[in-house]
Design a protein around this ligand. Structure first.
Ligand code: 0O2
Length: 274
């Protein structure tokens, strides 16, 4: 097939990957900006390369005319989760969406592949708007933990290196490491609450600090120099103590100071005197 025809064929898939990754990333943003735990840790996407499409066509004896129907992963999105427990939550999110229709689900977590591969796959139909009008295409969403992703990325490189004939001694090591990843995921799940608590308070602390610094910066334009220096010193002191409650108290006090400026008719956030 001519190169420009490949481009015409792959363009809608490229658009789908861009849209889908943006949508899942936005979900993550929504959770995070509300201070909520998000089951989606990371999102990546890719359009299959032409050489990889040709390889798979040959392997599966596909003709170019049924390529789009029978190769479901030309567009691929990968969602990485921290914990195995997050995976059904992401699956539920996808099942609830109205902008994609589920064609097939493959649970390689419950039913690990012989290779040791684990991941949850959802094949969807997704409509993109092209210059020739709407086009419905298939895409594959792979949902897996960081551990599963580590294993599959390494195994994938070895498959490539050995042209799908991985030597037995390496295959054996891969199977052992697949078992180790199952254990790792299990151990991580066992301390999931602690990890989530730690991450939530880290995020909360980062938000507080950024709000405090933002407030101090705004005060620079409004308060007198001596007052600002005092506030700044106090902030560094509280910060050094590494005590979340003290940081929260300081944040509230700074809000009261800002409120004082507002009461004097000074728009604190914009820095404009009204
Ligand atoms: P690439 O290079 O990642 O695009 P099926 O007809 O359903 O049996 P199909 O269409 O290959 O076979 O579907 P399957 O088995 O669900 O695999 C789809 C994709 O999952 C693969 O795409 C891989 O990305 C990944 N995958 C499946 N099995 C393995 C495995 O054993 N190891 C690794 N590392 N990844 C796997 P491609 O086109 O094979 O590869």
């Amino acid at each position: 097939m001519e190169i420009h025809i490949w481009r015409d064929l792959l363009d809608p898939y490229d658009l789908a990957v861009q849209e889908l990754t943006a949508k899942f990333e936005h979900l993550r943003y929504e959770y995070k900006s509300r201070g909520l735990y998000c089951p989606i840790e990371q999102v990546t996407g890719r359009v299959k390369t032409i050489s990889s499409i040709l390889d798979k066509m040959q392997k599966k004896q596909l003709d170019i005319t049924d390529l789009e129907e029978r190769m479901e992963d030309i567009a691929g999105v990968r969602i990485i989760c921290q914990f195995v427990e997050d995976i059904p939550k992401v699956v539920h999110m996808i099942r609830e969406r109205r902008d994609m229709e589920i064609v097939l689900e493959k649970d390689y977590i419950e039913h690990m592949k012989e290779s040791g591969y684990r991941s949850y796959h959802i094949i969807i139909r997704y409509e993109v708007q092209t210059m020739n009008g709407p086009k419905s295409i298939q895409a594959e969403i792979q949902i897996r933990t960081m551990g599963m992703n580590l294993w599959s990325t390494i195994e994938h490189s070895l498959q490539y290196k050995y042209k799908h004939n991985i030597p037995d001694h390496i295959r054996e090591k891969l199977l052992k490491s697949a078992d180790a990843i199952v254990l790792l995921d299990r151990e991580m799940s066992a301390v999931r609450d602690e990890i989530m608590d730690a991450q939530n308070s880290m995020q909360h602390q980062a938000n507080l600090i950024s709000e405090i610094l933002n407030n101090i910066q705004n005060l620079y334009r409004l308060a007198n120099q001596r007052e600002i220096s005092k506030i700044q010193e106090e902030f560094y002191e509280v910060y050094r103590e590494n005590d979340l409650e003290k940081l929260e108290r300081f944040h509230r006090q700074l809000d009261i100071i800002a409120e004082g400026y507002r009461a004097q008719g000074i728009e604190f956030n914009s820095g404009e005197v009204t």
